[in-house]
Design a protein around this ligand. Structure first.
Ligand SMILES: [Zn+2]
Length: 448
C-alpha cells in the first residue's frame, strides 16, 4: 500500500533540437515548447559553443567547450578519457536510452558511451542523407521506454534532426507557413538550397524565395514540436531539458547566408534552452549560459552530485533564494569551417570565426576573413520571449548591431580573454575516418 501512495521518481528526458534557432520558438510555431517553457525555466540567452552537431553534443556530454573536449568538428570521435553525462547518470541507476536522428552522432563517434540502448537506425535516405524522421524518433523512443525494465527511472535522450537542410518536412507541415500562392522555384531540396545560397551571395535572391525557405524551415520546426508533444504525452511529469545544438543562417548575412558551420554570430549559436519538471518554477532567465552547462544541470535534476567538467549547474538561476553559488563566466564560441583555414601546427579551429560572450556583450573575430574584433550587444536581440519569428525578414537579424554604448575598454578586455582562451587551446588533432563515417558525413554535406 505504501508503494502505491509514493509517486514514482521522475524520469529525465533530454531533447536535442538540431539546427534550431532561439527565435523560431514562439506560441504559433512551437505550441508544445511554448507551453512547456511557460511552466519551467526558459533561458533567453543560451549559446552553443560551436555551430556543429557533434562538437555541440560533446559539450553537453562533457561539460566542456571545444578546447576542453577536443572535438573540433563532425567526424572526430569524443576522446575516451573524458567523463560523460550518460555514464554518470547510468552509474546512478538510471536506465539510459538514446534515440538519434542523424549519422553525425553515430556509434563510431563515441556518443553512445553510457547508454544501454543507442538506437541509430537511420533508414531514411532522402537525397542521400542518413537520418530518421522525427516521427520515427518519437515512435522508437516510445517503444524503447515501454520495453525498459520495470521500476527503473529512465534517462531518455532524443535527437530530432529534421530542421537541418534540406527543408522538407512531411505534409501537412511542408508548406504550413508558406505564403499563399507562392509559385517560385524554391521547393526545399538541396538543389534549391544551393541555388538560393548562390543567389544570396550575389545579392539577387528573390524576397519571395527567401520567405519560402524560411517558411519551410519553420515548418520543419513545427513538425518536430508536434512530435515532441506526442512523446511527452506518454510520460508522467518527467524532468525535461530541451536544447538547440546550434542555429542556422536564414539569409541573415549576405556572405554565407544559409546553413551553419562558418559563423558564431547569434543566428548560428543563439539556441533555445528550456528546463521543466518537479520543483523547477516558471522563470525567464536572461543570464548568458552555454550548452556546457546542460550536463551539470541534468545531473542535478537526476539527484546525482559532483557536477560535470567545467559546466555550471543552472539551478541557482531559477531558485528564489539564489542561496547557492552562481559564477558568471565568459563563454567561448568557435566556428568549425572552412577546413581550408586550418593550420596543422595548432588547434584545428584557431583560424575560424570565434567569439567570447560576457554579460550582454559578444566580441567576435573572423581571422580567416581578416576581420575583427567586432563588439555587439546580444542581450535584447533574438530570443524566445520577443515573439519574433523567422517568417518575418525584418525580425531575423539578431545581435548584428555594433553598439556605441559599450563601456570604455570593454572591447580590449574581451579581446584579451579570447586571446588567452586561444593560447590555452589543445594541440592539433587529426583522425583517420572510416569509409563508412566519411560517406555518412559527406551525405549530410559536412565534408567539403
Ligand atoms: Zn546539429
Amino acid at each position: 500500500m505504501l508503494l502505491a501512495c509514493t509517486p514514482p521518481a521522475p524520469d529525465v528526458v533530454l531533447v536535442s533540437l538540431d539546427t534550431t534557432r532561439a527565435d523560431v520558438i514562439d506560441a504559433e510555431t512551437t505550441p508544445t515548447l511554448w507551453a512547456l517553457a511557460a511552466r519551467g525555466a526558459r533561458f533567453t540567452q543560451a549559446f552553443a559553443h560551436a555551430p556543429t552537431t557533434l562538437s555541440s553534443h560533446a559539450s553537453v556530454w562533457t561539460g566542456q567547450d571545444p578546447h576542453g573536449h577536443r572535438v573540433p568538428r563532425n567526424g572526430y570521435p569524443l576522446p575516451a578519457d573524458l567523463p560523460v553525462l550518460p555514464e554518470r547518470i547510468a552509474a546512478a541507476g538510471f536506465d539510459t536510452i538514446g534515440v538519434i536522428g542523424a549519422s553525425a552522432l553515430a556509434r563510431p563517434m563515441g556518443m553512445d558511451r553510457g547508454f544501454r540502448v543507442w538506437d541509430e537506425r537511420l533508414s531514411h535516405k532522402h537525397e542521400h542523407r542518413y537520418e530518421a524522421r522525427a516521427a520515427e524518433v518519437t515512435d522508437r523512443a516510445i517503444a524503447r521506454l515501454a520495453r525498459r525494465p520495470s521500476r527503473t527511472r529512465a534517462f531518455l535522450f532524443v535527437h530530432y534532426y529534421d530542421a537541418h537542410a534540406p527543408y522538407d518536412a512531411p505534409a501537412p507541415w511542408t508548406t504550413r507557413w508558406s505564403a499563399p500562392g507562392y509559385s517560385g522555384p524554391f521547393d526545399g531540396s538541396r538543389r534549391a538550397m544551393t541555388a538560393l545560397a548562390d543567389a544570396s551571395r550575389l545579392d539577387i535572391a528573390a524576397p519571395a524565395d527567401i520567405a519560402e525557405a524560411r517558411a519551410r524551415y519553420r515548418g520543419e520546426v513545427s513538425y518536430i514540436d508536434a512530435e515532441l508533444g506526442r512523446l511527452l504525452a506518454t510520460l508522467e511529469n518527467p524532468y525535461v531539458v530541451v536544447f538547440g545544438d546550434h542555429g542556422e543562417a536564414l539569409g541573415d548575412v549576405a556572405e554565407r547566408a544559409w546553413g551553419h558551420g562558418p559563423d558564431v554570430d547569434a543566428p548560428a549559436t543563439h539556441v533555445p534552452l528550456i528546463v521543466v519538471g518537479p520543483g523547477v518554477p516558471a522563470a525567464v532567465i536572461d543570464t548568458p549560459v552555454a550548452l556546457s552547462d546542460v550536463g551539470a544541470t541534468v545531473l542535478r535534476l537526476a539527484g546525482v552530485s559532483g557536477g560535470l567538467g567545467a559546466g555550471r549547474d543552472l539551478a541557482p538561476l531559477w531558485s528564489e533564494q539564489r542561496g547557492e553559488a552562481w559564477s558568471d563566466a565568459p563563454l567561448y564560441l568557435e566556428a568549425t569551417q572552412p577546413r581550408e583555414a586550418e593550420a596543422a601546427a595548432a588547434w584545428n579551429n584557431l583560424a575560424m570565426e570565434r567569439a567570447v560572450v560576457r554579460g550582454p556583450w559578444m566580441l567576435l573575430r573572423a581571422p580567416w576573413l581578416g576581420q575583427g574584433p567586432t563588439l555587439t550587444r546580444v542581450s535584447g536581440g533574438s530570443n524566445v520571449s520577443n515573439g519574433s519569428n523567422v517568417s518575418n525578414v525584418s525580425n531575423v537579424s539578431s545581435a548584428s548591431e555594433v553598439s556605441d554604448a559599450a563601456p570604455a575598454g570593454l572591447s580590449a578586455e574581451l579581446d584579451a580573454l579570447l586571446s588567452a582562451w586561444d593560447a590555452a587551446a589543445p594541440p592539433w588533432r587529426d583522425v583517420r575516418m572510416s569509409a563508412e563515417t566519411t560517406e555518412g558525413l559527406k551525405a549530410l554535406g559536412y565534408l567539403e
